[in-house]
Write a protein that binds this ligand. Sequence first.
Ligand SMILES: Cc1ncc(COP(=O)(O)O)c(C=O)c1O
Length: 384
Amino acid sequence: MNITIPATRPANPRFSSGPCAKPPVFTLENLSDAPLGRSHRAAVGKAKLKLAIDQSRRVLGVPENYLIGIVPASDTGAVEMAMWNLLGQRPVEMLAWESFGAGWVTDAVKQLKLDAVVRTADYGEIVDLDAVDFDKDVVFTWNGTTSGVRVPAAFEIPADRAGLTICDATSAAFAQDLPWDRLDVVTYSWQKVLGGEAAHGMIILSPRAVERLETYTPSWPLPKIFRLTKAGKIIGDIFEGATINTPSMLCVEDYLQALNWAESVDGLKGLIARADANAAAIHAFCDSRDWIANLAADPTLRSNTSVCLKFTDTRITDGAAFAKAVAKRLEAEGVALDIGAYRDAPAGLRIWCGATVETSDIEALMPWLDWAFETEIAALQAAA
Ligand SMILES: Cc1ncc(COP(=O)(O)O)c(C=O)c1O
């Protein structure tokens, strides 16, 4: 069989699900305004941090009465800070449909030793959201990065819930609409949809979350790096750019540049449209092939950022080896970097479709999937 090499290559082969591709306009020279070698507590540093908070609010449409803070240890730091500060006052439900959500379950059950209701679903599926009791505190991931499953747009968290909703939105923020009035804690990292740098997390708190912080003291110790209150009051300065410890001003500058780019593409609306167009190009490809499919069978669950695919051809005997070989071949050709499925997820491919990825690059990649698939099948048959 003669397998033709596609004529066009993606201009940018970076399809990693984190750190994600830098914005198309990124250059190192754009970071020259970073106040390097200066204190983050000097006026210039604090102004940059405050700007990062204000601009995040503007692009994401975060309500004015919600607090936004820059915190240590990326999204993981932000989620764990929320869990350690807020949980324990009332019953808890933990929801998980992939690896990161499962990690938060471990935190709650094994580390905090909470007697939580745990709802889990297999990769590609989601838990029964209608069964969730939102009068408890609920911890969940909006977009499961390792399974490509997100909370469906039609699902409504009750407005009159008694519990808090703690939402890891790291692969959803800047790509999907988030119902702010139904979310009490939202976290994300700069390294995801905006293609920023890792290590800095964002925590967004509703007035109800702040009220909990000021009226409840957990029974377990809180390290300094997690502490958001002092003498029963929220430390307001954290949410004005006075970070708990020292941030990288180079990363802050990079995040500011990414936010500027986000505003240049029509803000959140433009970012969502870009991710939707990217995911749609992959969905159309899968629909026209009988050997590859979305891990999420239900279209309403499909992510527009971390698109997870599985090979369905019956000639494939070792799915993991096949997927690995396809990803390796594409990487060797320099057309797709880092698209193997997450290590704990079912075998397959995961192609990042967030806003920093150009649709023309996704489109250029698709014929290469044909090529790599056919080449691997031919290799299997030759070996048989
Ligand atoms: C859903 C989800 N939660 C948490 C994380 C951890 O993020 P970080 O490494 O930025 O802490 C990731 C990273 O991919 C993720 O996708």
